[in-house]
Ligand binder design. Sequence first.
Ligand code: BJW
Length: 251
Amino acid sequence: METDLPSAVATILRRAGRVVVFTGAGMSAESGVPTFRDDLTGLWARFDAEQLATPEAFHADPDLVWGWYEWRRARVRQAEPNPGHLATAEIETLIPGSVVITQNVDDLHERAGSRAPVHLHGSLFAPRCIGAGAHPADVPDTDPEEGGRLPPPRCARCGALVRPGVVWFGEQLPAAALDAAIEAASTCDVLLTVGTSGVVYPAAEIPRIARRCGATVIQVNPEPTPLDRVCAVNLRGTAAQVLPALVEAAR
Ligand code: BJW
């Protein structure tokens, strides 16, 4: 599908010395990975977030929570990066020094060729034990059914339960990732916010920090979000439509 882009947007991008691409679940939607809050497809339309994405939920029912994350990990393994991920990697090539900051726990940016995406909310592929050492754990690939229960493995070093390597509600974001994201947002010329509802903090501060520090903030999202007011330009379209058109126009 052809996407009309204001020519000013391509000019802004072409002139940028440093770009941050800040992504959320909408970036991976066209790879078949469900978003969290979209009405018809969102993960939380079918599952209760409070029941599953908290440390309390894992302690209360580890088999339910581990099964849900293993089901999601299997879906991501089967997914492929979409043209939005590929265009993002191309931005990093076109504009060296650009940075990808993602809230996503999939690995589709990496597989599309992005160099070192900053993962604010961890990764489905970095399980660790809940013991004091938080040892990284190797876990075998499984393919449970949707809604299926699965007992989490035990840590080979300390015997504690292994948990998903993601950031749950009420948990601190990884300090190094958050510092890197704030630094990048504070020093970029342009921040593209793509496919996020902008309601989860502190990640939702990243576009706001960029704006306060003088960057032009551009949003790519088919729907309005609370970030509309922060953005100089709101491009109403999907990641896989708009980002390749943007790269083509900026080349
Ligand atoms: C498309 C598209 C297409 C569709 N193309 N676009 C300040 C105020 C209020 C509350 C807080 C606050 N500070 C902290 C909090 C508490 C809490 C919070 O933010 N709560 C709010 C929900 C109210 N934050 C935390 O607890 C964080 N920790 C923290 O702050 O620690 C310190 C602290 C602790 C306790 C008290 C106070 C401070 C941790 C947050 C961790 C978030 N974790 C999750 C789950 C990860 C694991 C998992 O995957 O299961 O991360 S929640 C979930 O939301 C996930 C996502 O990364 C995150 C953001 O969602 P995202 O990516 O925006 O997805 P959606 O679905 O919301 O939106 C998709 C968008 O795409 C939509 O706009 C669509 O239109 C669009 N779209 N198709 C482009 N094709």
